[in-house]
Design a binder for this molecule. Structure first.
Ligand code: GLN
Length: 197
C-alpha cells in the first residue's frame, strides 16, 4: 500500500444549458489553482450526465432563464428537474448560481420549494443597454447583465451593492444576481470549493 494518501479530487458539475458556461469553467479552474486543489469538471447536459457522474458541487450559470427552463425541462434533457432533485436530496450540497441561475433557484417553477428563500424580479435593472459594472460594497467587481433584483430576502445576505442585496446564501447554496465569472476575482468560486472541503 502506498504511504502517500491520494489527493482528494473534487468533482464540479456545470449546467451546460445556455449562457456564460466557459467563463465559469475558467474561473473555477483558476480558483482551484489558487487553492492548490485538484478538481474535475463535468459538463452536464442531460439527466443521464448527472446520474452517471456523481458530483460534489454544482455551478448554475446565467443566460436567459426562459431558455434554460425550456431546454432543461425538455424530454431530451430533463437536466433541470434532476438538478433540483439533487439539491433537495441533501441541502448541504454546494451550489453557485449566477444571474439567470439565481432566478431558477429562487423561482424553480416546478411546484417544489424554492432553493433559496428570496423573491426575485427578472430584468429589474432594465434591458441590455442598462447592463453595468460596479464595485460591490465588499469591493468585488460586480458585472450586471440584464440582471434580476432580489425583493424580500429571508436567507442570509451574502453581498450588497450600495446597500441593496445582490447575493444570498442558504447554507452552501449561493445565488448572485451578477456574473463573478466575468471578473478576475475568484472569491465566489473559491467559496464553492471551500464548501466542498
Ligand atoms: N435577464 C436574464 C433572465 O431573465 C438573466 C440575465 C443573465 O443571466 N445575465 O433570465
Amino acid at each position: 500500500m502506498s504511504e502517500d494518501w491520494p489527493a482528494i479530487m473534487v468533482v464540479i458539475g456545470i449546467a451546460m444549458l445556455q449562457g456564460a458556461r466557459h467563463a465559469h469553467i475558467d474561473a473555477i479552474q483558476r480558483a482551484a489553482t489558487e487553492m492548490s486543489m485538484e478538481i474535475e469538471i463535468i459538463e452536464l447536459r442531460t439527466m443521464e450526465d448527472l446520474e452517471n457522474n456523481p458530483i460534489d458541487a454544482l455551478m448554475l450559470p446565467g443566460g436567459e432563464s426562459t431558455v434554460m427552463r425550456l431546454r432543461g425541462n425538455d424530454a431530451a434533457s430533463r437536466l433541470l428537474p434532476s438538478l433540483y432533485a439533487w439539491m433537495r436530496e441533501n441541502d448541504a450540497r454546494p451550489v453557485l448560481a449566477t444571474c439567470a441561475g439565481a432566478i431558477l433557484m429562487a423561482d424553480p417553477q416546478d411546484g417544489g420549494e424554492p432553493l433559496v428563500d428570496a423573491e426575485i424580479d427578472r430584468n429589474a435593472f432594465g434591458g441590455q443597454a442598462d447592463s453595468f459594472e460596479s464595485d460591490l460594497d465588499c469591493g468585488f467587481p460586480g458585472v450586471f447583465i440584464r440582471a434580476p433584483r432580489f425583493g424580500e430576502v429571508a436567507d442570509k445576505v451574502e453581498c450588497t451593492l450600495s446597500g441593496e442585496v445582490v447575493g444570498v446564501r442558504r447554507g452552501n447554496r449561493i445565488a448572485l444576481t451578477f456574473h463573478p465569472e466575468l471578473s478576475n476575482d475568484s472569491r465566489f468560486h473559491r467559496m464553492l470549493l471551500e464548501a466542498c472541503a
